[in-house]
Design a protein around this ligand. Structure first.
Ligand SMILES: *[C@@H]1O[C@H](CO)[C@@H](O)[C@H](O)[C@H]1NC(C)=O
Ligand SMILES: *[C@@H]1O[C@H](CO)[C@@H](O)[C@H](O)[C@H]1NC(C)=O
Length: 498
């Protein structure tokens, strides 16, 4: 009983197998029973297999400037005719397409020649489609990391020229031939195909041109056949906004701060230097950031690097300048000879002409004042008091003068006072001494303020000079970057603008 059931099942299975085997398997066996994937699909040895190729870019993943590597995600569409796979769908129950693993059919062995990571082939070995009439089509996806020499001169306003070089690893130009696919509208698709719907826009790079070219090399060997390859060129342009926001604007702002050092009063002394040296340090940080980003090449200096060198040089100049101006403005009569007096012309230029030209606060000078010295109000008051004191003669004269002026009784009083109290004489002496030293101090104070004003005038000149230098230098450098546009190449634009 059980034996009969088993044999019935077996029979059913056989029948089922026979039904599943029906057309597709029959076609498979028809095509591949005598098929050798090692042999080129040509009837005569001198025939050439014509390979239609179309590369579709789905994503420009990244360009690593430091490693000079371009990473792309592409679909490589290749199709050709294999006469051994010729069938008619009438004979096989209307099956138009047969899908077989790619290892079962002959492949032209197309590799990316300029890859950089040893991944020559495709990322996923998808099935090959065999169409009625022997047409074979294969569309494997691939992630390629290819070498791309990065030109850093205009970083971050640069554009790059990267290429993808495909060739058949083992077949020469006489055995296989590459042609570009002809599109539905009868137009040859020679550029990299970018489907705007499938393509993911890269945030950093825009693709301007992506032409493809087929190169045949004349081999020098005896059989005369050289290689054949397809070179796709990607002209990509950097979108600089990221670098403008994150590096250029902060860098220009911080470097501009160094100009403020000139507005610090001369008395602030070392703080002028502190400001400029802090700016110098901040610029070093930016230089470090850029150095991490670009390749370690000595062939050229990137634009941003040039700008940083410029502003660092500028800040260094300002530090030196501040020190020199400090040297002038913090001079005192006890340490330096009175240069303003010694060189009246310079004094005139620095203390009168320049402040007037630059429209900065010339010291308030009373127009009708007869006395040349310019004094701050409190100082003037002191001086007047001092003059008052100085008009009085010395103590002896006081006492003697009083005698003649006020008659004998007062003279006697003074005399007795003078005789009775030598302390008073001492006191008068002391007052006179104080007056004298105050006058000295006043004179030296005046000279100190002359030095300070001279330093201020120097600061003023230097500020304007530095402002002009900074703005002209910055604009020239960035203008160079702005003018570095992709040239108008004789290729159709890569992406049709939606
Ligand atoms: C396929 O076979 C048919 C006839 O069976 C023939 O006409 C056609 O040219 C063949 N195609 C190829 C590519 O050999
Ligand atoms: C890009 O590079 C290729 C070779 O690497 C060169 O033939 C081509 O002229 C370059 N294109 C431009 C626009 O520089």
């Amino acid at each position: 009983m059980a034996g009969a059931l088993l044999s019935a099942l077996f029979l059913l299975q056989l029948l089922g197998m026979d039904r599943g085997r029906n057309e597709e398997l029959r076609l498979y066996h028809h095509l591949f029973d005598n098929y050798d994937p090692q042999c080129r699909p040509v009837r005569e040895p001198e025939d050439t297999v014509s390979i239609n190729i179309k590369v579709t870019l789905t994503n420009l993943i990244s360009l690593n400037e430091k490693e000079e590597t371009l990473t792309t995600s592409v679909w490589i569409g290749i199709d050709w005719d294999d006469y051994r796979l010729n069938f008619s769908k009438k004979d096989f129950g209307d099956i138009g397409i047969l899908r077989v693993p790619s290892t079962h059919v002959w492949l032209p062995e197309i590799v990316l020649e300029n890859n950089i990571d040893g991944q020559f082939g495709v990322a996923y070995d998808c099935n090959v489609l065999v169409y009625e009439g022997g047409h074979v089509s294969w569309l494997p996806p691939a992630i390629y990391r290819s070498v791309c020499a990065v030109e850093v001169s205009y970083f971050p306003f640069d554009w790059q020229n990267c290429s993808l070089v495909f060739r058949s690893q083992t077949y020469n130009a006489q055995e296989v031939e590459f042609v570009f696919v002809v599109g539905d509208d009868g137009e040859t698709i020679s550029k990299i195909d970018i489907d705007t719907e499938a393509y993911t826009e890269n945030g950093e790079w825009a693709i301007d041109f992506c032409p493809g070219e087929i190169h045949r090399q004349d081999g020098g060997s005896a059989d005369g056949a050289g290689g054949i390859d397809i070179v796709y060129t990607l002209i990509i342009r950097r979108k600089p906004l990221f670098y403008i926001i994150n590096i250029i604007v902060p860098c220009v702002l911080i470097s501009g701060l160094v100009l403020l050092a000139y507005f610090l009063p001369a008395q602030a002394g070392g703080q002028k230097c502190t400001v400029s040296i802090n700016v110098l340090l901040a610029q070093t940080v930016f230089l470090f950031l850029i150095a991490q980003k670009i390749p370690e090449t000595s062939l050229s200096v990137p634009l941003l690097g040039r700008y940083l060198i410029f502003v660092m040089w500028f800040a260094t100049l300002i530090v030196m300048n501040c020190v020199v101006v400090l040297n002038v403005s913090l001079r005192t009569p006890t340490t330096h000879a009175t240069v303003p007096a010694a060189a009246p012309r310079e004094r005139g230029v620095l203390l009168e002409l320049l402040p007037r030209l630059l429209g900065s606060g010339a010291p308030p000078e009373a127009p009708g004042a007869a006395s040349p010295p310019r004094r701050a109000s409190s100082v003037g008051l002191l001086l007047r008091a001092e003059e008052l004191i100085l008009k009085k003669p010395r103590s002896e004269l006081v006492f003697e003068g009083q005698r003649y002026r006020h008659g004998t009784w007062t003279a006697a009083l003074y005399q007795s006072l003078g005789a009775a109290a030598p302390e008073i004489r001492c006191c008068v002496d002391a007052v006179n001494f104080m007056a004298e030293s105050t006058r000295d101090q006043e004179a030296s104070g005046e000279e100190v303020s002359d030095w300070v004003r001279m330093g201020k005038a120097l600061d003023n000149i230097c500020f304007w000079a530095a402002l002009v230098l900074f703005s002209v230098g910055s604009s020239l450098i960035f203008l160079g970057g702005y003018l570095n546009q992709v040239p108008d190449l004789p290729y159709p634009p890569c992406m049709l603008q939606p």
